[in-house]
Design a protein around this ligand. Sequence first.
Ligand SMILES: [Zn+2]
Ligand SMILES: [Zn+2]
Length: 252
Amino acid sequence: MGWIKFLGTAGSRFVVFKQLRASGGIWLNYGGKNILVDPGPGCLVRCVESKPKLDPMTLDYIFLSHRHLDHCADINTMIEAMTEGGFSPRGVLFAPLDALEGEDRVIFRYLRGYLNGVEVISGGSFELDGIVVDAIPLVHHGVQTFGFRFSSSGEQTLSFIMDTRFFSSIPERFKADIMVLSVTLHRKREDIDHLSLDDAFNIISLAKPKLAILTHFGRGMLLKKPWLIAEELSKSTGLNVKAASDGMKVDF
Ligand SMILES: [Zn+2]
Ligand SMILES: [Zn+2]
């Protein structure tokens, strides 16, 4: 038993930076743990304005898929909020190496000591308090990017396909009871490493989740109304497909 709350559903630069949709990432309650995934611009504000309010000091883990701003803009803010500015160290951060080291690192060094741990994601599986996490490498515009699959005994399996171009092992590697897909493009564009609606159709048809949730929408997706797109996909795949909206909570 657990839940997912969408603190934002914005995908493309245009949608994020005009705030046509919010961009705060995803709060996941899974296996009794609170996990924040990709705290983009506005994450802290979205947490405190949630009803009921989401308290960052209850977070156990922060996962960062990649260092693009729409995913990491509030990551330092959330580390401060989670640890009361370092007075109450807690939580473990998981992030790709290029978000932690190198010229364009995005996580301040002085904050790292506020945490109980900082772990580099490099692909493969690891276990956290009875939760098995698969970090699955994705292909996305030259930055290290990972998607995640969570499993735990007695829980439904859950996966997050973050920003990526389509590749053939996605359906099998991310197969889960509940799959969250970042579907930014309405029409496929070979020059942009994001999933399109056709890619989403292929992934969902092959992986057959109990529930697929679309999010991270670009402008083309918003113009075509994601909830109508989800209805169409439900009909064409015969499966349960939902479109995320800002603030939407899904219990499982
Ligand atoms: Zn993105
Ligand atoms: Zn990105």
